[in-house]
Design a protein around this ligand. Structure first.
Ligand SMILES: C[S@@+](CC[C@H](N)C(=O)[O-])C[C@H]1O[C@@H](n2cnc3c(N)ncnc32)[C@H](O)[C@@H]1O
Length: 420
Protein backbone atom coordinates (compact mmCIF):
# COMPACT_ATOMS: atom_id res chain seq x y z
CA UNK A 1 0.00 0.00 0.00
CA UNK A 2 1.66 3.20 -1.12
CA UNK A 3 0.52 6.54 0.21
CA UNK A 4 0.27 9.44 -2.19
CA UNK A 5 3.69 10.85 -2.97
CA UNK A 6 3.24 14.16 -1.22
CA UNK A 7 0.92 16.16 0.98
CA UNK A 8 2.27 19.49 -0.15
CA UNK A 9 -0.13 22.29 -0.95
CA UNK A 10 1.17 22.69 -4.47
CA UNK A 11 -1.52 22.77 -7.11
CA UNK A 12 -2.54 19.25 -8.14
CA UNK A 13 -2.72 18.36 -11.80
CA UNK A 14 -6.10 19.29 -13.26
CA UNK A 15 -7.06 15.71 -14.02
CA UNK A 16 -6.51 14.29 -10.52
CA UNK A 17 -7.99 15.84 -7.42
CA UNK A 18 -5.97 14.55 -4.51
CA UNK A 19 -7.86 16.30 -1.76
CA UNK A 20 -9.56 19.56 -1.10
CA UNK A 21 -9.69 21.86 1.89
CA UNK A 22 -12.93 21.94 3.87
CA UNK A 23 -15.52 24.45 2.99
CA UNK A 24 -14.41 24.55 -0.63
CA UNK A 25 -16.03 27.53 -2.34
CA UNK A 26 -15.72 25.83 -5.71
CA UNK A 27 -18.93 24.81 -7.44
CA UNK A 28 -19.56 21.13 -8.07
CA UNK A 29 -19.46 21.71 -11.83
CA UNK A 30 -15.75 22.40 -11.69
CA UNK A 31 -15.26 19.02 -10.05
CA UNK A 32 -17.49 17.24 -12.50
CA UNK A 33 -15.37 18.54 -15.35
CA UNK A 34 -12.28 17.13 -13.67
CA UNK A 35 -10.83 20.40 -12.42
CA UNK A 36 -9.62 20.38 -8.86
CA UNK A 37 -10.27 23.11 -6.36
CA UNK A 38 -6.79 24.31 -5.51
CA UNK A 39 -5.92 23.62 -1.87
CA UNK A 40 -5.72 26.79 0.16
CA UNK A 41 -4.81 27.13 3.83
CA UNK A 42 -3.72 24.40 6.19
CA UNK A 43 -7.12 22.81 6.82
CA UNK A 44 -6.89 19.70 4.65
CA UNK A 45 -9.49 17.45 6.27
CA UNK A 46 -7.90 14.06 5.69
CA UNK A 47 -5.94 12.85 8.71
CA UNK A 48 -3.07 11.74 6.53
CA UNK A 49 -2.19 11.56 2.88
CA UNK A 50 -4.92 9.67 1.07
CA UNK A 51 -3.70 6.14 0.53
CA UNK A 52 -3.74 5.19 -3.16
CA UNK A 53 -2.33 1.71 -3.79
CA UNK A 54 -1.28 0.68 -7.25
CA UNK A 55 -3.82 -1.86 -8.54
CA UNK A 56 -2.04 -5.08 -9.56
CA UNK A 57 -4.26 -5.52 -12.64
CA UNK A 58 -4.05 -2.01 -14.00
CA UNK A 59 -4.81 -3.24 -17.53
CA UNK A 60 -8.38 -4.21 -16.44
CA UNK A 61 -11.06 -1.56 -16.41
CA UNK A 62 -9.77 1.17 -18.71
CA UNK A 63 -8.17 4.49 -18.13
CA UNK A 64 -10.09 5.87 -15.15
CA UNK A 65 -8.65 7.15 -11.88
CA UNK A 66 -8.10 4.60 -9.15
CA UNK A 67 -9.80 4.46 -5.77
CA UNK A 68 -7.96 5.82 -2.74
CA UNK A 69 -8.70 5.74 0.99
CA UNK A 70 -9.58 9.10 2.54
CA UNK A 71 -10.05 9.36 6.29
CA UNK A 72 -11.45 12.27 8.27
CA UNK A 73 -11.35 11.18 11.93
CA UNK A 74 -13.01 14.26 13.44
CA UNK A 75 -16.11 13.97 11.22
CA UNK A 76 -19.35 14.55 13.18
CA UNK A 77 -17.90 15.25 16.55
CA UNK A 78 -15.21 12.59 16.37
CA UNK A 79 -17.27 9.69 14.99
CA UNK A 80 -14.97 9.73 11.95
CA UNK A 81 -15.42 8.60 8.37
CA UNK A 82 -13.30 6.65 5.87
CA UNK A 83 -14.16 6.91 2.20
CA UNK A 84 -12.91 4.66 -0.60
CA UNK A 85 -13.56 6.29 -3.92
CA UNK A 86 -12.07 8.24 -6.82
CA UNK A 87 -10.10 11.34 -5.73
CA UNK A 88 -12.38 13.77 -7.60
CA UNK A 89 -15.42 12.31 -5.80
CA UNK A 90 -13.72 12.59 -2.40
CA UNK A 91 -12.87 16.22 -3.22
CA UNK A 92 -16.52 16.92 -4.04
CA UNK A 93 -17.48 15.84 -0.49
CA UNK A 94 -15.30 18.47 1.20
CA UNK A 95 -18.14 20.82 2.15
CA UNK A 96 -20.28 17.96 3.43
CA UNK A 97 -17.52 16.84 5.78
CA UNK A 98 -17.69 20.09 7.70
CA UNK A 99 -19.75 19.62 10.89
CA UNK A 100 -20.99 23.19 10.49
CA UNK A 101 -23.15 22.16 7.53
CA UNK A 102 -25.43 19.99 9.71
CA UNK A 103 -28.64 21.83 10.69
CA UNK A 104 -29.46 22.17 14.40
CA UNK A 105 -32.52 19.92 14.00
CA UNK A 106 -30.16 17.05 13.10
CA UNK A 107 -27.29 18.04 15.42
CA UNK A 108 -29.58 18.07 18.45
CA UNK A 109 -31.38 14.86 17.59
CA UNK A 110 -30.78 12.28 20.35
CA UNK A 111 -29.09 9.67 18.14
CA UNK A 112 -26.74 12.25 16.59
CA UNK A 113 -23.05 12.06 17.55
CA UNK A 114 -23.19 15.87 17.75
CA UNK A 115 -26.05 15.94 20.28
CA UNK A 116 -25.27 17.28 23.74
CA UNK A 117 -24.80 14.37 26.18
CA UNK A 118 -28.06 15.04 28.08
CA UNK A 119 -29.94 14.52 24.78
CA UNK A 120 -27.98 11.42 23.74
CA UNK A 121 -29.65 9.52 26.59
CA UNK A 122 -33.04 10.30 25.11
CA UNK A 123 -32.86 7.95 22.13
CA UNK A 124 -36.28 6.50 21.30
CA UNK A 125 -34.87 3.01 20.77
CA UNK A 126 -32.49 0.38 21.97
CA UNK A 127 -30.46 -2.17 19.98
CA UNK A 128 -31.00 -5.72 21.18
CA UNK A 129 -31.06 -9.41 20.19
CA UNK A 130 -34.10 -10.47 18.19
CA UNK A 131 -34.58 -14.26 17.99
CA UNK A 132 -33.69 -15.47 14.48
CA UNK A 133 -32.63 -12.05 13.20
CA UNK A 134 -29.40 -11.23 15.04
CA UNK A 135 -29.71 -7.78 16.57
CA UNK A 136 -32.48 -5.32 15.83
CA UNK A 137 -33.76 -1.90 16.89
CA UNK A 138 -36.69 -1.74 19.32
CA UNK A 139 -38.67 1.34 20.28
CA UNK A 140 -38.51 2.31 23.94
CA UNK A 141 -41.43 4.76 23.75
CA UNK A 142 -44.48 5.44 21.61
CA UNK A 143 -43.89 7.49 18.47
CA UNK A 144 -46.13 9.51 16.21
CA UNK A 145 -46.64 8.96 12.47
CA UNK A 146 -44.01 10.84 10.45
CA UNK A 147 -41.80 11.43 13.50
CA UNK A 148 -38.05 11.04 12.99
CA UNK A 149 -36.87 7.98 14.90
CA UNK A 150 -33.16 7.70 14.19
CA UNK A 151 -30.53 9.75 12.40
CA UNK A 152 -26.92 8.95 11.52
CA UNK A 153 -23.93 9.80 9.36
CA UNK A 154 -21.82 7.19 7.54
CA UNK A 155 -18.67 5.79 9.11
CA UNK A 156 -17.65 4.12 5.86
CA UNK A 157 -18.53 5.19 2.32
CA UNK A 158 -17.27 2.90 -0.42
CA UNK A 159 -17.67 3.17 -4.19
CA UNK A 160 -19.97 0.29 -5.04
CA UNK A 161 -18.02 -1.10 -8.00
CA UNK A 162 -14.78 -1.02 -6.01
CA UNK A 163 -16.08 -4.00 -4.04
CA UNK A 164 -16.02 -6.21 -7.15
CA UNK A 165 -13.09 -4.56 -8.91
CA UNK A 166 -10.91 -7.09 -10.75
CA UNK A 167 -8.42 -4.32 -11.28
CA UNK A 168 -7.70 -4.32 -7.53
CA UNK A 169 -8.44 -8.01 -6.85
CA UNK A 170 -9.76 -9.55 -3.61
CA UNK A 171 -6.53 -9.37 -1.59
CA UNK A 172 -5.98 -5.66 -2.15
CA UNK A 173 -9.68 -4.88 -1.67
CA UNK A 174 -9.54 -6.65 1.69
CA UNK A 175 -6.35 -4.83 2.66
CA UNK A 176 -7.79 -1.42 1.73
CA UNK A 177 -11.08 -2.02 3.55
CA UNK A 178 -9.23 -3.06 6.70
CA UNK A 179 -6.95 -0.04 6.44
CA UNK A 180 -9.99 2.23 6.03
CA UNK A 181 -11.44 0.87 9.29
CA UNK A 182 -8.18 0.94 11.22
CA UNK A 183 -7.70 4.65 10.38
CA UNK A 184 -10.94 5.50 12.24
CA UNK A 185 -11.19 6.49 15.92
CA UNK A 186 -11.00 3.50 18.24
CA UNK A 187 -14.59 3.64 19.45
CA UNK A 188 -15.89 3.66 15.88
CA UNK A 189 -13.59 0.78 14.93
CA UNK A 190 -15.02 -1.24 17.83
CA UNK A 191 -18.59 -0.46 16.77
CA UNK A 192 -17.84 -1.64 13.21
CA UNK A 193 -16.16 -4.78 14.54
CA UNK A 194 -19.34 -5.36 16.57
CA UNK A 195 -21.29 -5.65 13.31
CA UNK A 196 -19.12 -8.57 12.10
CA UNK A 197 -20.84 -11.94 12.28
CA UNK A 198 -17.96 -14.39 12.14
CA UNK A 199 -18.38 -15.54 8.55
CA UNK A 200 -15.57 -14.45 6.23
CA UNK A 201 -15.85 -14.15 2.47
CA UNK A 202 -12.78 -13.88 0.26
CA UNK A 203 -12.58 -10.12 0.74
CA UNK A 204 -12.56 -10.44 4.54
CA UNK A 205 -14.75 -9.32 7.40
CA UNK A 206 -15.12 -5.63 6.48
CA UNK A 207 -16.53 -6.51 3.04
CA UNK A 208 -18.96 -8.90 4.75
CA UNK A 209 -20.11 -6.17 7.13
CA UNK A 210 -20.56 -3.70 4.27
CA UNK A 211 -22.48 -6.20 2.15
CA UNK A 212 -24.72 -7.28 5.03
CA UNK A 213 -25.23 -3.99 6.86
CA UNK A 214 -24.49 -1.30 4.25
CA UNK A 215 -26.99 1.01 2.58
CA UNK A 216 -26.73 0.94 -1.22
CA UNK A 217 -27.81 3.49 -3.76
CA UNK A 218 -25.87 6.42 -2.28
CA UNK A 219 -25.27 8.59 -5.27
CA UNK A 220 -22.19 10.84 -5.14
CA UNK A 221 -21.47 12.83 -8.31
CA UNK A 222 -23.64 10.34 -10.19
CA UNK A 223 -21.58 7.35 -8.98
CA UNK A 224 -23.11 4.64 -6.74
CA UNK A 225 -21.65 4.17 -3.26
CA UNK A 226 -22.55 2.02 -0.29
CA UNK A 227 -22.63 3.52 3.21
CA UNK A 228 -22.25 1.96 6.61
CA UNK A 229 -23.96 3.62 9.58
CA UNK A 230 -23.78 2.49 13.19
CA UNK A 231 -27.26 2.15 14.74
CA UNK A 232 -28.83 2.49 11.28
CA UNK A 233 -27.06 -0.68 10.14
CA UNK A 234 -28.84 -2.67 12.87
CA UNK A 235 -32.29 -2.01 11.42
CA UNK A 236 -33.83 -5.24 10.14
CA UNK A 237 -36.05 -5.74 7.12
CA UNK A 238 -39.85 -5.68 7.37
CA UNK A 239 -42.30 -6.29 4.51
CA UNK A 240 -44.71 -3.90 6.23
CA UNK A 241 -42.10 -1.38 7.36
CA UNK A 242 -42.52 0.76 10.45
CA UNK A 243 -40.02 3.35 9.16
CA UNK A 244 -38.71 4.65 5.86
CA UNK A 245 -35.22 6.09 5.44
CA UNK A 246 -34.07 9.14 3.52
CA UNK A 247 -30.58 10.48 2.90
CA UNK A 248 -29.41 14.06 2.55
CA UNK A 249 -26.24 13.88 0.47
CA UNK A 250 -25.25 17.46 1.25
CA UNK A 251 -25.13 16.97 5.02
CA UNK A 252 -24.45 13.21 4.74
CA UNK A 253 -27.38 12.51 7.04
CA UNK A 254 -29.61 9.45 7.06
CA UNK A 255 -32.94 9.83 8.83
CA UNK A 256 -35.62 7.26 9.57
CA UNK A 257 -39.23 8.45 9.64
CA UNK A 258 -42.16 6.55 11.21
CA UNK A 259 -44.65 5.36 8.59
CA UNK A 260 -47.50 5.24 11.17
CA UNK A 261 -48.09 5.74 14.89
CA UNK A 262 -45.88 3.25 16.72
CA UNK A 263 -45.96 1.69 20.18
CA UNK A 264 -43.08 1.16 22.60
CA UNK A 265 -41.74 -2.38 22.11
CA UNK A 266 -42.36 -2.40 18.33
CA UNK A 267 -39.37 -3.11 16.13
CA UNK A 268 -38.06 -0.40 13.79
CA UNK A 269 -37.93 -2.13 10.40
CA UNK A 270 -37.50 -0.72 6.92
CA UNK A 271 -37.81 -2.46 3.58
CA UNK A 272 -34.73 -3.81 1.79
CA UNK A 273 -36.76 -4.41 -1.38
CA UNK A 274 -39.37 -2.45 -3.36
CA UNK A 275 -42.65 -2.06 -1.47
CA UNK A 276 -45.97 -3.70 -2.10
CA UNK A 277 -45.17 -7.20 -3.44
CA UNK A 278 -46.77 -10.51 -2.49
CA UNK A 279 -45.16 -13.12 -0.23
CA UNK A 280 -43.81 -15.25 -3.10
CA UNK A 281 -42.42 -12.24 -4.94
CA UNK A 282 -40.78 -10.92 -1.78
CA UNK A 283 -39.18 -14.31 -1.07
CA UNK A 284 -37.65 -14.25 -4.54
CA UNK A 285 -36.33 -10.69 -4.14
CA UNK A 286 -34.93 -11.34 -0.67
CA UNK A 287 -32.94 -14.36 -1.96
CA UNK A 288 -30.07 -12.06 -2.94
CA UNK A 289 -29.88 -10.98 0.70
CA UNK A 290 -29.42 -14.59 1.74
CA UNK A 291 -31.97 -14.80 4.55
CA UNK A 292 -35.49 -16.11 5.01
CA UNK A 293 -37.68 -13.26 6.15
CA UNK A 294 -39.24 -13.69 9.57
CA UNK A 295 -40.93 -10.27 9.75
CA UNK A 296 -44.41 -10.00 11.27
CA UNK A 297 -46.09 -10.20 7.86
CA UNK A 298 -44.10 -13.19 6.56
CA UNK A 299 -44.63 -15.10 9.81
CA UNK A 300 -48.35 -14.32 10.07
CA UNK A 301 -50.97 -17.08 9.71
CA UNK A 302 -51.61 -18.47 6.19
CA UNK A 303 -55.02 -16.76 6.20
CA UNK A 304 -53.49 -13.39 7.04
CA UNK A 305 -50.72 -13.65 4.43
CA UNK A 306 -53.25 -14.78 1.79
CA UNK A 307 -55.48 -11.77 2.61
CA UNK A 308 -52.47 -9.45 2.40
CA UNK A 309 -51.46 -10.98 -0.96
CA UNK A 310 -55.00 -10.46 -2.29
CA UNK A 311 -54.92 -6.79 -1.30
CA UNK A 312 -51.49 -6.29 -2.87
CA UNK A 313 -52.56 -8.02 -6.11
CA UNK A 314 -55.68 -5.85 -6.22
CA UNK A 315 -53.49 -2.75 -5.86
CA UNK A 316 -51.40 -3.81 -8.86
CA UNK A 317 -54.59 -4.40 -10.82
CA UNK A 318 -55.83 -0.91 -9.92
CA UNK A 319 -52.51 0.54 -11.02
CA UNK A 320 -52.91 -1.12 -14.43
CA UNK A 321 -56.58 -0.18 -14.76
CA UNK A 322 -55.97 3.48 -13.96
CA UNK A 323 -52.85 3.68 -16.15
CA UNK A 324 -54.58 2.33 -19.24
CA UNK A 325 -57.78 4.29 -18.53
CA UNK A 326 -55.64 7.43 -18.33
CA UNK A 327 -54.25 6.79 -21.79
CA UNK A 328 -57.72 6.30 -23.23
CA UNK A 329 -59.58 8.81 -20.98
CA UNK A 330 -62.10 5.99 -20.69
CA UNK A 331 -63.25 6.09 -17.06
CA UNK A 332 -66.00 8.39 -15.77
CA UNK A 333 -65.35 10.56 -12.71
CA UNK A 334 -67.49 8.40 -10.34
CA UNK A 335 -65.58 5.26 -11.31
CA UNK A 336 -62.19 6.93 -10.79
CA UNK A 337 -63.40 8.27 -7.41
CA UNK A 338 -64.43 4.75 -6.35
CA UNK A 339 -61.14 3.18 -7.48
CA UNK A 340 -59.06 5.88 -5.76
CA UNK A 341 -61.04 5.33 -2.54
CA UNK A 342 -60.52 1.58 -2.76
CA UNK A 343 -56.78 1.91 -3.47
CA UNK A 344 -56.31 4.41 -0.62
CA UNK A 345 -58.00 1.99 1.79
CA UNK A 346 -55.81 -0.91 0.58
CA UNK A 347 -52.66 1.22 0.96
CA UNK A 348 -53.74 2.05 4.52
CA UNK A 349 -54.51 -1.60 5.39
CA UNK A 350 -51.19 -2.83 3.98
CA UNK A 351 -49.16 -0.01 5.58
CA UNK A 352 -47.86 1.16 2.21
CA UNK A 353 -48.11 4.90 2.80
CA UNK A 354 -44.67 5.58 1.19
CA UNK A 355 -45.88 4.18 -2.17
CA UNK A 356 -45.79 7.62 -3.82
CA UNK A 357 -46.30 6.00 -7.23
CA UNK A 358 -50.04 5.73 -6.58
CA UNK A 359 -50.38 9.50 -6.07
CA UNK A 360 -48.92 9.94 -9.57
CA UNK A 361 -51.40 7.45 -11.01
CA UNK A 362 -54.36 9.13 -9.27
CA UNK A 363 -53.26 12.61 -10.42
CA UNK A 364 -52.94 11.45 -14.05
CA UNK A 365 -56.30 9.65 -13.96
CA UNK A 366 -57.99 12.93 -12.94
CA UNK A 367 -56.00 14.86 -15.53
CA UNK A 368 -57.34 12.51 -18.21
CA UNK A 369 -60.88 13.73 -17.49
CA UNK A 370 -59.86 17.38 -16.94
CA UNK A 371 -60.58 17.29 -13.20
CA UNK A 372 -57.89 19.83 -12.45
CA UNK A 373 -58.61 20.42 -8.75
CA UNK A 374 -58.34 16.71 -7.93
CA UNK A 375 -55.31 16.28 -10.18
CA UNK A 376 -53.66 19.13 -8.28
CA UNK A 377 -54.58 17.58 -4.92
CA UNK A 378 -52.81 14.30 -5.80
CA UNK A 379 -49.85 16.09 -7.39
CA UNK A 380 -49.39 18.03 -4.15
CA UNK A 381 -49.78 14.82 -2.14
CA UNK A 382 -47.15 13.10 -4.31
CA UNK A 383 -44.74 15.95 -3.65
CA UNK A 384 -45.44 16.02 0.10
CA UNK A 385 -44.80 12.27 0.33
CA UNK A 386 -41.61 12.54 -1.71
CA UNK A 387 -40.37 15.29 0.62
CA UNK A 388 -41.23 13.26 3.66
CA UNK A 389 -39.96 9.86 2.62
CA UNK A 390 -37.11 10.68 0.24
CA UNK A 391 -36.05 14.06 1.59
CA UNK A 392 -36.07 17.64 0.35
CA UNK A 393 -33.15 17.26 -2.07
CA UNK A 394 -34.54 14.19 -3.80
CA UNK A 395 -37.96 15.80 -4.06
CA UNK A 396 -36.49 18.99 -5.53
CA UNK A 397 -34.49 17.02 -8.09
CA UNK A 398 -37.08 14.38 -8.90
CA UNK A 399 -37.58 14.25 -12.68
CA UNK A 400 -40.90 12.30 -12.44
CA UNK A 401 -42.18 14.97 -10.03
CA UNK A 402 -41.16 17.78 -12.38
CA UNK A 403 -42.88 15.96 -15.26
CA UNK A 404 -46.09 15.58 -13.28
CA UNK A 405 -46.17 19.31 -12.44
CA UNK A 406 -45.47 20.17 -16.10
CA UNK A 407 -48.36 17.96 -17.29
CA UNK A 408 -50.70 19.59 -14.75
CA UNK A 409 -49.66 23.12 -15.71
CA UNK A 410 -50.12 22.36 -19.41
CA UNK A 411 -53.60 21.04 -18.71
CA UNK A 412 -54.49 24.12 -16.65
CA UNK A 413 -53.25 26.34 -19.47
CA UNK A 414 -55.24 24.42 -22.09
CA UNK A 415 -58.41 24.68 -20.01
CA UNK A 416 -57.85 28.41 -19.42
CA UNK A 417 -57.40 28.98 -23.13
CA UNK A 418 -60.56 26.99 -23.96
CA UNK A 419 -62.57 29.05 -21.47
CA UNK A 420 -61.53 32.27 -23.20
C1 LIG B 1 -28.65 -4.90 7.81
S1 LIG B 1 -28.47 -6.32 8.79
C2 LIG B 1 -29.59 -5.94 10.07
C3 LIG B 1 -28.94 -6.06 11.42
C4 LIG B 1 -28.58 -7.46 11.81
N1 LIG B 1 -29.75 -8.17 12.32
C5 LIG B 1 -27.46 -7.46 12.83
O1 LIG B 1 -27.55 -8.19 13.81
O2 LIG B 1 -26.48 -6.74 12.61
C6 LIG B 1 -29.26 -7.51 7.78
C7 LIG B 1 -29.24 -8.92 8.31
O3 LIG B 1 -30.14 -9.06 9.41
C8 LIG B 1 -30.93 -10.25 9.27
N2 LIG B 1 -32.32 -9.86 8.99
C9 LIG B 1 -32.76 -8.62 8.71
N3 LIG B 1 -34.08 -8.62 8.53
C10 LIG B 1 -34.51 -9.87 8.69
C11 LIG B 1 -35.78 -10.49 8.60
N4 LIG B 1 -36.89 -9.80 8.32
N5 LIG B 1 -35.85 -11.81 8.79
C12 LIG B 1 -34.75 -12.54 9.10
N6 LIG B 1 -33.51 -12.02 9.19
C13 LIG B 1 -33.38 -10.69 8.99
C14 LIG B 1 -30.34 -11.01 8.10
O4 LIG B 1 -29.38 -11.89 8.59
C15 LIG B 1 -29.70 -9.91 7.27
O5 LIG B 1 -28.65 -10.38 6.48
Amino acid sequence: MTPLPSLSLSTPSPSTCLWTPRGSPYPLTSLASGTCPSPSGPSIPWSRPPSCPDPPNKHIGGDHPDDCIFTYPTFRNGQGISIITFPSIAASLAESLDDGIVPDSVKNFPSSPQAPSHLQHKKAYTVKDIPGRGKGVILTRDAARHERMLTGHPVLLVRFDFLSSERFGSDLIQEMLEEAVSALPEETQKAIEGLARGKKGKQGWVADVIKTNGYGGMDVEGVGHIALFLDGSRVNHGCRPTVFWRYNAKTMTMEMVAVRDLKAGEEIVHTYIPLGYTLQERELMLKVWGFKCSCSLCSASPQETAASDDRRERLFEIHQTLTSATQEASLPRERIDAIVREASALIGLEGLDPLVEYMFVFARAYMSINEVALARKYTQLAEAKLRLYEGEDSANNSVPMQMLWRELKELEKEIDEDEW
